[in-house]
Write a protein that binds this ligand. Structure first.
Ligand SMILES: [Fe+2]
Length: 352
């Protein structure tokens, strides 16, 4: 590779003249922004064990009332980006949120898209766009861009859930903002009921539904049943995975991040394809290892880890008798829309 000139090679008066005019020579920085073969990635393989987060999150419940927090969240920040950036990867934000009995996180809406998935507690709900979504363990609840949402809790024990947002990306493109609102009126109609039967979609006056996000709640009981049936029906299949999809379009459930549920058969070791997007793994059920470029994380239920894009990732079920189930979030929809998606396990390195 050709060696390029350094900034220090240039006379100081020339550098000063450039700076005066807000000009920068490209060649000293060219290799940094266009490195050979593999992108520079700040995202570092990182694990956040739930047993370590939980007491600190409950302590936050004592220290900070919901009125002072609006959303009582500990952010799972990737040290590779700097903790103050509050990002798990280039495009993904992860937070662990606590709602105590009787608390209400008031209505707001914002440009970043969010999803959440209960890890602990009963009787919490999120009202999204007037639809009251009950939150049970493992359910995926969408909060797409621009929809009003608020969280309530009618139970008697703390409720905890991870949030996944595309906040870092939307913030980066200077499009992130929120609007506060009044408590929503709950409207009749439940998207997860309307779309509960795969392949049999409701006719609305012979037109397809006009909501861009017709299904907001994806019950874990259905996702788990779909994975178990898929594994039984296709014993040859290595990657037993489902994609959370928009039931009207068949496309990704949201525009920027992709969401999936992955089952590992008892004792299974699964090598994932090496792809461009970063990934987040959250263990819903079982005991499994996630190995990223040789670094192994032992995940128990409710633990979360992330892997940078272009990484070798292996999933291993530590149980020889029970399946393991992951929730996975990644940046695939974004990469595909931008035309930078790569699966290096399928195709040799591109020569752009
Ligand atoms: Fe929100």
């Amino acid at each position: 590779m050709r060696e390029l000139g350094r900034l220090e090679d240039l006379p100081q008066d020339y550098r000063d003249a450039l700076e005066q005019l807000n000009l920068v020579p490209l060649w000293p920085s060219l290799r940094a922004v266009l490195p050979p073969q593999v992108p520079a990635r700040r995202t570092r393989a990182t694990c956040w064990p739930y047993r370590a987060i939980r007491p600190l999150l409950l302590k936050a419940g004592e220290l900070t009332p919901i009125e002072k927090a609006e959303r009582r969240v500990l952010v799972l920040a990737n040290p590779g980006h700097g903790l103050e950036k509050m990002q798990a990867s280039a495009a993904m934000y992860l937070g662990m949120q606590l709602l105590l009995p009787g608390e209400w996180a008031p209505a707001h809406r914002h440009t970043p898209n969010a999803v959440r998935m209960i890890v602990e507690g009963e009787s919490a709900y999120t009202t999204v766009g007037g639809e009251k979504c009950t939150m049970r363990r493992g359910d995926l609840i969408l909060t797409p861009t621009g929809l009003w949402h608020e969280h309530g809790h009618d139970g008697d024990a703390p409720v905890v859930w991870p949030d996944v947002l595309d906040l870092p990306l939307v913030y980066y493109i200077e499009a992130s903002y929120h609007v506060d609102g009044a408590r929503q009126t709950v409207e009749p109609g439940q998207g997860d009921t309307v779309y509960a039967r795969g392949g049999m979609l409701p006719s609305v006056d012979f037109e397809r539904a006009d909501k861009p996000y017709p299904m907001l709640r994806y019950p874990w009981v259905e996702a788990r049943a779909a994975l178990t049936a898929l594994a039984a029906n296709r014993p040859d299949l290595q990657g037993v995975q489902i994609t959370y999809a928009n039931p009207e379009t068949g496309g990704d459930a949201q525009n920027i991040l992709g969401f999936y549920a992955q089952m590992l058969r008892p004792g299974q070791l699964l090598k994932l394809p090496v792809r461009s997007p970063a990934m987040v793994f959250h263990l819903i059920e079982g005991a499994a290892d996630v190995t990223v470029e040789g670094e192994r994380f032992e995940l128990d239920e409710a633990d979360t880890c992330c892997a940078p894009g272009y990484s070798e990732v292996t999933l291993a079920n530590r149980s020889a008798s029970a399946p393991a189930f992951f929730f996975i979030a990644d940046e695939s929809p974004l990469h595909r829309k931008l035309g930078v998606f790569e699966n290096r396990s399928l195709t040799p390195t591109r020569n752009p």
